[in-house]
Write a protein that binds this ligand. Sequence first.
Ligand SMILES: [Zn+2]
Ligand SMILES: [Zn+2]
Length: 90
Amino acid sequence: MAEYNVFPTANAALGVGDRVLLCAVCLNPLQPEKGELICANCSRHYQPVALCPDCGKPLEVMTACGAIDYFCQLGHGLISRRRLVYGYQE
Ligand SMILES: [Zn+2]
Ligand SMILES: [Zn+2]
């Protein structure tokens, strides 16, 4: 199974989920754009993946009535957005 690197995060209430994600290379805050995260400093594009904070595996994304839920199929159930961990693959 693929392993994911975890984005560094900053302690600000902005960005994807409730956190600002930082570029893994230069630690510049990333800008969400069209489903990707873009670093304005080094022009890297990332595809963010929501990971379970308990097991680190990708979460199933379920959309219902305009709300987005994240569900761990490995027994951790629904994960609140505040607990989400974001990762990316090289
Ligand atoms: Zn960067
Ligand atoms: Zn889990």
